[in-house]
Design a protein around this ligand. Structure first.
Ligand code: TXE
Length: 488
């Protein structure tokens, strides 16, 4: 049985009260590891360690600690070394992630590759974060400088732990913050290993700390801690709201990424040969547990039958199997997530939505695993829960439209606004849609579920606010200072 503890001050550390949590393998439902069950004391220790790394021992004198004294080029060099170590431990990290989350190995490998790429990207960006000089009155020079927030908190979900720590902690460290990470209780193992690799890469003690535990214990304590200067949260809407309220009590800015109900809009002139494999992958990837999953297909009525038939053929051949057997879909993360998906499917069945296709389940799957086959639904009404709420499973719904305006209204007609896809050869229509869709990313004749280290990512409406990924994330992990010099 594997035993993992918190990682604080570059050391493996038990919870203050010694409690632990069991870790289940989603492919079997059996326990294979334990992690520390952190609480407020552990979070406090981690926040103090981060503060020392940044500011040193004396309160009120900022940036005197070893991490605060590391200049931008130095931060970039450490992140570059970390990117190299992650690449060197690619297989080990992928195996840990696959066992812990049930991801098929090919997805876990893609996540490990993305993690290395995030650190590489932010290594290169660290010393390119410039301020500006501003025109002002004669006799003055005014400039802006970007400074780190200080100690940043990162609440990470279980669906893409490596990718999300890469985008969030990669950017925060590049900008000079010291980090306290609370991974999801279902997905800690790879992140604890990444923290060890960061220490090996030369990151000073306290610059990156990981406290494991439950959301309403360690997570809540992190959001409430007055020593946290910024929180980056990825997860569900209700939890995001709780985190924001707790952070507001100490005036702490928050970045929220709260998932979506992303639409792929297929017009009558779409190239279906190109679109179909992309549409299938965008919902099947990671068993549908992707914030930017393309979970709705809106299609021009003239192509509905053809699209439905071709998607049904593709869905019928999708196979669900154990993570190690590396099929199209692995298990869902846990029993609660499987119940959630089953609940939506039961409602669809009660409401008489046509099930066009079901994927295949491998024979002899372990009885305790959290398996779900891919499901394709047709004629989903615009107000049905399957069209409005995040299922977070391999369930794709098709709805038809009769005009461009109806397509836009349908695509925008949910509380979410994370990502959208548009499939048409008409250039003017591509641009009209790209401007009309209220989502943080729009893909035209392609779809990047979760992809694009370089591409700013984040939501509109209930999908959240703030941007992660790309250079834009560095602005989010810094605060702007204006310095006005009067020199005559
Ligand atoms: O999410 P939670 P859950 C959506 C998806 C899924 C649903 C529920 O629809 O079915 O959320 O998943 C921590 N204070 N997404 O219950 O609760 C928790 O420990 C501070 C979308 O797992 O939001 C974990 O680290 N933190 C999504 C993180 O919050 C708390 C990814 C997310 O958990 C906390 C995951 C609290 N009070 C789920 N309670 C996306 N946007 O990609 C929990 N946490």
């Amino acid at each position: 049985m594997l035993t993992r503890l918190h990682f604080i001050d570059n050391e493996s550390t038990a919870a203050a009260d010694g409690r632990v949590l069991e870790v289940l393998d989603p492919s079997t439902g059996e326990s294979f590891a334990t992690i520390a069950r952190g609480g407020a004391d552990d979070i406090d220790r981690a926040v103090r360690a981060a503060r020392r790394a940044l500011d040193g021992a004396v309160t009120g004198l900022p940036f005197r600690g070893p991490w605060g004294q590391t200049d931008a080029a130095g931060r970039g060099r450490i992140l570059a070394a970390l990117a190299g170590l992650v690449a060197g431990h690619h297989q080990e990290l992928a195996e840990l992630e696959s066992r812990d989350t049930g991801k098929p190995m090919k997805q876990a490998r893609a996540d490990a590759t993305a993690l290395s790429r995030y650190f590489e990207f932010y290594a290169g960006a660290a010393d390119k974060l410039h301020g500006q000089t501003l025109p002002y009155q004669t006799g003055y020079t005014v400039l802006t400088v970007r400074e780190p927030h200080g100690v940043t908190g990162h609440i990470i979900p279980w669906n893409y732990p490596m990718q999300i720590i890469g985008r969030s902690v990669g950017a925060a460290l590049a900008a000079g913050n010291a980090c306290v990470v609370k991974p999801a209780e279902d997905a800690c193992l790879s992140l604890l290993r990444v923290a060890e690799l960061a220490a090996e890469a030369g990151l000073p003690a306290g610059a990156l700390n990981i406290v494991t535990g439950l959301g309403n214990e360690a997570g809540q304590a992190l959001a409430e801690h007055p020593g946290i200067d910024h929180i980056s949260f990825t997860g569900s809407g209700p939890t995001g709201e709780r985190v924001s309220r707790a952070a507001a009590a100490h005036c702490c800015p928050v970045t929220l990424e709260l998932g979506g109900k992303s639409a792929q809009v297929v017009f009558e002139d779409a190239d279906l040969d190109a679109a179909i494999p992309v549409i299938v992958n965008a919902i099947v990837q990671n068993c549908g547990q992707t914030c930017s999953a393309g979970s709705r297909v809106l299609v021009a009525r003239a192509r509905q039958a053809e699209l439905a038939e071709r998607l049904a053929a593709a869905f019928g051949s999708l196979r669900t199997d154990t993570a190690t057997n590396d099929a199209d879909l692995g298990p869902l993360i846990n029993a609660r997530q499987r119940e959630r998906v089953s609940g939506f499917l039961a409602q669809a069945e009660r409401d008489g939505l046509p099930i066009l296709a079901r994927g295949q389940m491998a024979a002899d799957l372990p009885a305790g695993g959290f398996y779900q086959q891919a499901i394709l639904l047709d004629a989903v009404p615009r107000d049905h829960p399957v069209a409005q709420q995040e299922v977070f499973g391999p369930v794709l719904g098709i709805s038809a439209f009769d005009s461009e305006d109806e397509a836009i209204a349908l695509a925008n007609g949910t509380p979410y606004g994370l990502v959208s896809g548009v499939w048409t050869e008409n250039g003017a229509r591509q641009m009209r849609l790209a401007r009309a869709l209220r989502t943080g990313q729009v893909f035209v004749n392609n779809y990047g579920a979760g992809g694009g280290v370089e591409l700013p990512f984040g939501g509109m409406k209930h999908s959240g606010y703030g941007r992660e990924k790309g250079f834009e994330a560095l602005y989010g992990f810094t605060t702007l200072k204006t310095i006005a010099l009067r020199h005559g």
